[in-house]
Ligand binder design. Structure first.
Ligand SMILES: C[S@@+](CC[C@H](N)C(=O)[O-])C[C@H]1O[C@@H](n2cnc3c(N)ncnc32)[C@H](O)[C@@H]1O
Length: 313
């Protein structure tokens, strides 16, 4: 049963959706900024609670189109600011002026939240972290590498070659990050080899926009990540699900042990889910040996110093 408050909120979102979808372009402008700011303000409150599984088919359809429009606007906004930061840096390090990006403080808060949640479960400092869906302005990797993991290498995967070339240009003049930020252009579904070298994999909210696409990406990561490695997934709660895809910890994380789910109540929009790839079950001892040789064998979150084979037990 939908209460009046829920109906009013859904109607407001639909109204904004129709206005946004009638815009000629989603490139940054006053009109685009005004409409998306109204949309975010409408969706941020946790009440009235919106259960997206209870929405009508029409509203479900509008939601999935709206998420696609949000993704397009987010990519265009990132491209705009990534290009602006590089073109206006006049020889200085553009990373010193990231505050010009309107949502920079949101990323500082989100990255700090994700670091705190990860640190509660992963005692070892990760040597290598993968960020899937890094974009032209890879702020999560930049903030984590700068503020939280000063000795970790970040491998950034993006399907869009232009996004990667812009991101590379952004970090190239930074003495430290130019060495610790690596960029790979590929659909993550085409990446298998090497995923087992990461202690931690982050999955951007907009990789896999429909539920079945998101599940496919998570299943793929589950297949190739190292046993014991951590997966940080961004999701959405209540009306924020009109802006981003929802990951259901009970159904969408097969092969992973869900460690915690956190729904921010402030302006950090994404929920954060941390899960750990289930330890080795049917993996052959040969695969275990190769995982160990890659020096990334984590069982129950701890790096294994030496491999004790069944024979030695
Ligand atoms: C706009 S960015 C958002 C991430 C944000 N910059 C951050 O630092 O958290 C999302 C990126 O995901 C990329 N993407 C979408 N689907 C992907 C896939 N299957 N494989 C790799 N990258 C993907 C898009 O090209 C886009 O650049």
């Amino acid at each position: 049963m939908v209460c009046q408050e829920q109906e009013a909120l859904v109607n407001k979102v639909l109204d904004l959706y129709h206005k946004i979808s009638s815009l000629d372009t989603l490139k940054p402008s006053q009109d685009v900024d005004t409409l998306f700011t109204q949309l975010v303000r409408t969706c941020i409150p946790h009440t009235p609670f919106i259960d997206i599984t209870k929405l009508s088919t029409t509203v479900q359809e509008a939601r999935s189109n709206l998420i696609r429009l949000c993704a397009e606007a987010e990519s265009l906004l990132e491209m705009h600011y990534s290009a602006l930061l590089v073109s206006s840096s006049s020889g200085e390090n553009p990373l010193g002026r990231l505050h010009v990006f309107p949502y920079y403080s949101n990323y500082l808060k989100l990255s700090s939240l994700e670091f705190n949640i990860l640190s509660q479960h992963c005692q070892a400092v990760p040597t290598k972290i993968a960020f899937v869906g890094s974009g032209p302005l890879p702020l999560t990797s930049i903030v984590l590498a700068t503020n939280h993991f000063p000795s970790t290498t970040f491998h950034n995967y993006d399907i869009d070659a232009l996004a990667n070339s812009m991101a590379k240009a952004l970090v190239s003049s930074d003495h430290d990050l130019s060495k610790r930020m690596v960029f790979h252009t590929s659909d993550i579904l085409d990446v298998s080899h090497g995923l087992n070298e990461f202690n931690v994999v982050f999955l951007a909210a907009l990789v896999g926009m429909k539920n079945e696409e998101k599940k496919k990406v998570i299943d793929h990561l589950g297949k190739y990540m190292a046993p014991g490695a951590f997966l940080m997934v961004r999701s959405a709660y209540s009306a924020r699900a009109f802006l981003y895809p929802v990951v259901n910890p009970s159904f969408d994380l097969k092969g992973f042990e869900v460690l915690s789910v956190f729904h921010p109540t402030d302006e950090v929009i994404n929920s954060v889910v941390i899960a750990r790839k289930c330890p080795i079950t049917s993996t052959s001892s040969k695969e275990v040996q190769s995982l160990f040789n890659n020096n990334n064998l984590l069982i129950n979150g701890n790096m294994i110093e030496e491999l004790v084979t069944e024979e030695q037990l």
